[in-house]
Design a protein around this ligand. Structure first.
Ligand SMILES: *Cc1c(COP(=O)(O)O)cnc(C)c1O
Length: 418
């Protein structure tokens, strides 16, 4: 991946980040996508069609919930929660995949592919493919296929072919390489559904465009409910799509502080984390077709990342967020695994909300900061997804002995079967 898409007139750059570093063979496909996306964006009927689809299929507009008990507990700013967990398939990922589905239909393609690490993006893409009647192939590292059986189970039920990738470390980055290989071989029939606001141009722009529905709704809801704009908005940051989606409607309102929360893992000093923008451990590089901050060593080898939340455990980050960090518009913080599990427990116990471990990062940071703000202020947490579907991971994170016992007995019951 070497030559920029358009070397003399660099498109898709946000400051010094982004671009499209593509193998020659994919350049024409990216041009086609860029043209189709620009035409869709310029057509007001396209956005209306998108809003209608999301309303009828994915519970949009998602509600804004007042977290009354947490507000009382912390005694500071009023805490509101934007409920992306109520989307179909349980997270904001639906906003992106359904939008790309409409675009694929416009382009007249009949097949979609995607890569997935934890499997959530794979399930969302397979769902979209089932709904639109597309053929669907999902690439997944062999190690991840073994770790994420429940998601593989659903992808297969939804009609997707799940291909375990046996190269390299047999995880996400090997699945990405395999997906690009497939795309290069099947460009005419196939669209690659990228899952977050990363990758070569136009993906960061396009994914942010679809996710901006979160911020548009929130702006209206929060003004209606409280008569004011929020003082701060918190969102977790994996690739950056839910954060960009909720931040996008407030970028020009400099009084609204935007806070991105990354995976602090075992703690920044241990270097076992996935904090690209909140730590000093990442450096600028080009990989996977774009330029951003990567967690890499001085030879450009990617480092081992760690997070209790699989969706945040990623070496790169959206070039748009990298730029918003460098311009000072978005502040980046990190929350450790331990803080996140505590915040999740609190949200469940005090509000009956069940955030995904990813989303609980935003809760953790908001809980740290809420007590220091006056009661007139409003803060919003973007609850990017729901945690009840991640029962295996969440139960492990809580270390629940009764659950472990249940799993042991369940496994034993299979061993007894003839
Ligand atoms: C995938 C995922 C994320 C991380 O992705 P972003 O692109 O950073 O939004 C966050 N939360 C949930 C619930 C997810 O499933």
């Amino acid at each position: 991946m070497t030559s920029p898409l358009s070397p003399d007139q660099p498109r898709g750059y946000y400051g010094k980040f982004g671009g499209a570093y593509l193998p020659e063979i994919l350049v024409a496909t990216f041009r086609e996508l860029e043209t189709a996306f620009a035409a869709a964006q310029a057509d007001p009927a396209f956005w209306r069609e998108y809003e209608t689809l999301m309303g009828e299929y994915s519970c949009r507009p998602t509600p804004l919930t007042f977290a009354e008990n947490l507000t009382r507990d912390f005694g500071g700013a009023r805490i509101f929660v934007k409920r992306e967990d109520l989307n179909h398939t349980g997270a904001h990922k639906a906003n992106n995949v359904m939008g790309q589905g409409l675009l694929v239909r416009r382009m007249g393609k009949k097949r979609v592919i995607a890569e997935t690490g934890a499997g959530q993006h794979g399930v969302a893409t397979a769902t979209m493919a089932a709904k639109f009647g597309f053929e669907c192939t999902i690439y997944m590292g062999e190690v991840d296929v073994e770790r994420q059986r429940p998601n593989v189970f659903w992808m297969e039920r939804l009609g997707a072919r799940v291909v375990p990738v046996k190269d390299g470390s047999r995880t996400l980055k090997d699945a990405i390489n395999e997906a690009f290989r497939d795309w290069a071989a099947n460009m005419d029939s196939t669209h690659y559904v990228l899952g977050t606001a990363c990758g070569p141009h136009p993906f960061p722009t396009m994914v942010t465009y679809f996710q901006s529905i979160i911020g548009q709704e929130l702006r209206k809801q929060v003004v209606e409910r409280t008569g004011r704009l929020p003082r701060r908005i918190y969102a977790c940051v994996g690739g950056g799509s839910n954060a960009l989606g909720v931040f996008s409607a407030f970028l020009d309102d400099t009084a609204v502080e935007l806070v991105g929360v990354e995976a602090g893992g075992r703690g920044l000093p241990t270097h076992r984390h996935a904090a690209r923008l909140a730590s000093q451990d990442a450096s600028i590089g080009v990989a996977q077709g774009y330029r951003t901050y990567f967690l890499q060593n001085s030879d450009g080898q990617m480092l081992e990342t760690h997070s209790v939340a699989a969706g945040l455990d990623y070496i790169g980050v959206s070039p748009i967020l990298a730029h918003l960090r460098d311009t000072g518009r978005v502040r980046f913080e990190s929350a450790t695994d331990a803080e996140v599990v505590a915040a999740l427990a609190l949200a469940v116990r005090r509000e009956g909300l069940i955030p995904a471990l990813e989303s609980a990062h935003a809760f953790a940071q908001a809980c740290k900061e809420a007590p220091g703000l006056p009661p007139d202020d409003v803060i919003v947490i973007n609850q990017s997804g729901r945690g009840d579907k991640d029962i295996f991971t969440v139960a492990d994170a809580f270390g629940d002995p009764a659950w472990e016992d249940f799993i042991r007995r369940k496994a034993a019951s299979y061993e007894r079967k003839p």
